[in-house]
Design a protein around this ligand. Sequence first.
Ligand code: GTP
Ligand code: SPV
Ligand code: MN
Length: 592
Amino acid sequence: MTENRYVKAWLDEVVALVKPKQIVWIDGSEEQLAALRDEAISTGEMEALDSEKLPGCLLHRTAPNDVARVEGRTYICTKNQVDAGPMNNWMETGEMKKKLIPLYDGVMADRTMYIIPYCMGPIGSPFSKVGIEVTDSIYVVLNMDIMTRIGKKALEQLGDSNDFVRGLHSKANVEEENRYIVQFPEENSIWSVNSAYGGNVLLGKKCFALRIASYQGYKEGWMAEHMLILGIEAPNGETSYITAAFPSACGKTNLAMLIPPEVYAKQGYKVWTVGDDIAWMHIGDDGRLYAMNPEAGFFGVAPGTNQKSNPNALATTRRNTIFTNVAKDVDQNTVWWEGLDKNPPEHAVEWTGKPVNGKEWVAEGKKLAHPNSRFTAPAVNCPCLSKEFENPNGVPVSAIVFGGRRAKTAPLVYQSFDWAHGVFVGSAMASETTAAATGAVGVVRRDPMAMRPFCGYNMGDYFGHWLEMGKKLGDKAPKIFNVNWFRTDEEGHFIWPGFGDNMRVLMWILARCRGEVDAVETAIGYLPKAEDINLEGIDGVDVETVRGLLSVDSQLWLEDAAGVEELYAMFGGRLPAELAKQLADQKARLSR
Ligand code: GTP
Ligand code: SPV
Ligand code: MN
């Protein structure tokens, strides 16, 4: 399908290694994809759902030991360990290949090898980048079709260039003990083996668009971030764009698709989604920062998604969507998950495939859907998709927002003093862990810029790159903020209602960007006056509640600073001096 000699040479090597029974190029045609769907349905790999309620939708269950990203088995391999940095698992490139080659040797002898050319970013954009993923999984092909722009058009975008990411995936035998997700940023390649789940195997997503791309951005002067992109359109038709970095399962999809509360809707405000997980950001010709979404679909968390919390996401999943590890409603031939409604199906199949009485199951406190069950849905389905979604240059960013799950420390919102302080704020992020990665849930860990699992090089250098970008942007730099929707009361309930009401906070952020509202200067940054958060029509929150949500406990913040100090110590000489200074200044302000 291509005459590109670099592609052909690489594929020759791959074929010699995995020794496939058959090779199929994915051209992106609907006929080919339809045939693959039929094949997956006939083998039981996928189940077709009700053709009227969920047209074109499929259900897939992964192996129960293969339900999330595996950070402990994810590696950044470079020649020298210092280039991967202290926050990544590392092995020397050649050593890792020695370890992996036996796992791939002949692994496709009785399987079809699919070759998926794909493009991250709109076809034709100078900022888009091409990858080729080889895989033995139809599930991967069908997901990549939704999440990226696949087929001939991606090869056309590549032309005869050598600038493509080589992705080699085999589900092999889905053995946990031989599962590896390995990035080789210095040679633009990714090797993934023994998994068949989401972020481990859809190589365009975390592996390329974050881990490899963050390194490319460092080398080439742009940024790849774990960020949503949304636009807020004012009644006068002007749209301002915000990007936000929250750790996995901390609310990016929900914020990106929010429904404005009545108080804003009636005035004519609208919210548009450009992206829900990844932003590639460049400095535009006018000197401003522009963000583009390299993906073409949403791989979103299913549990908690409902008609009230996120009607746009729900609507997005009503056609041509793949559901992974959710429960099946047998009578309706539809899907169900915790938080969809209060009515679990009686005739259910829980996420591992066992037929159960769903009502009893849930009453016993057991989960019908896996907490990290997901939908893969085409962006074009989204009722609030921005008309700038395909803009080859992306959208200009007014504000960058960091955030995480913090039960106590972080206030509802605050603004950094300037860009460099904002980089400090991002670097100091911490959040309670979620089901998006295997391991304990609810443990606070430091997660700088929500990139801890996704930075493809030394994070000390990554901080330096952020500071450099700020210098280049100068006074055109977006303003940097931090939010926390997850403060809890004594009983552990969330105090802030969240979801659509988060727009009230975004409106304060935009007012700050335009210099339209005052703030209170504190040790950690600029905080809103409680009465400047619009509470018209909100449920169960008054100005006193907001005052509480905005409180800053210096003692807790000094303890947090000690955590940042520990984090920074890991980087040794690779920590930018500016950040050490920011930390010292913040401690001094807190101790005053
Ligand atoms: P990844 O796809 O893993 O990167 O996650 P994400 O950041 O897109 O997270 P998502 O929006 O899917 O939210 C994950 C979970 O957080 C869901 O269970 C939501 O119900 C919950 N959540 C999202 N926004 C809010 C909020 O404003 N308040 C509260 N309390 N929960 C929220
Ligand atoms: C995340 O974990 O941040 C995700 C889901 O967006 S996955 O693609 O599995 O990484
Ligand atoms: Mn994510």
